[in-house]
Design a protein around this ligand. Structure first.
Ligand SMILES: O=P(O)(O)OC[C@H]1O[C@H](OP(=O)(O)OP(=O)(O)O)[C@H](O)[C@@H]1O
Ligand SMILES: O=C(O)c1cc(=O)[nH]c(=O)[nH]1
Length: 166
């Protein structure tokens, strides 16, 4: 099971961590190092594939990218990679892939803490004509993401809740 595999792979680290939101935490769930193991990435891809509803998937670089690729190959859905910042050269585009007018897109992420990264991805999709109603993450740290996203008309689904990993 994914939960046991994450624990056994050492993905749950204890110490003093600064999170992307600026919050501090005594633990960190390192999905990114765990999914470098193809068996774990395959498990994550399979689980999320069964939860996707929209015809396209999207996520903020970097954490979501291997998961997007795995789910895309399994479900034959195209994906969109959203950059954290505007590209200053080349295409100068904020995202890779296509977002069509009124197209519904599910957002995928490895971890949800405040939900800020998922919200940012949703804003970019919505500003480009897409519709976002659902987000799926591997681990929900249960620190307000689901509530904040709900206020913004996004339902958050997760494979595992952080409380199940303790
Ligand atoms: O719910 P939030 O408070 O936004 O936190 C969760 C986000 O933080 C991590 O990304 P990070 O910004 O560390 O970038 P990375 O994926 O490039 O490592 C993680 O991959 C999520 O995207
Ligand atoms: O909030 C974050 O930045 C965060 C928390 C966590 O446990 N794992 C992670 O990759 N990011």
């Amino acid at each position: 099971m994914l939960k046991e595999d994450l624990i056994n792979s050492g993905a749950i680290k204890f110490g003093d961590f600064v999170l992307t939101s600026g919050k501090r935490s005594g633990y960190y769930i390192d999905i990114k190092s765990a999914y470098t193991d193809p068996e774990i990435l395959d498990e994550i891809g399979l689980e999320i594939s069964g939860m996707v509803k929209s015809g396209k998937i999207a996520g903020m670089e970097l954490g979501s990218v291997p998961i997007l690729v795995s789910v895309s190959i399994k479900t034959k859905r195209p994906f969109v990679i959203i950059r954290k910042d505007d590209l200053k050269h080349g295409t100068r585009k904020r995202y890779i892939g296509s977002i069509n007018l009124n197209e519904e897109i599910d957002i995928i992420d490895d971890v949800a803490t405040t939900g800020g990264s998922i919200m940012k991805a949703a804003e970019i999709i919505r500003n480009n004509g897409g519709i976002v109603k659902r987000a799926i993450c591997v681990v929900d740290r249960e620190e307000g993401a689901a509530e904040m996203l709900k206020e913004n008309n996004i339902e958050l689904y997760s494979i595992i809740k952080a409380s199940e990993l303790r």
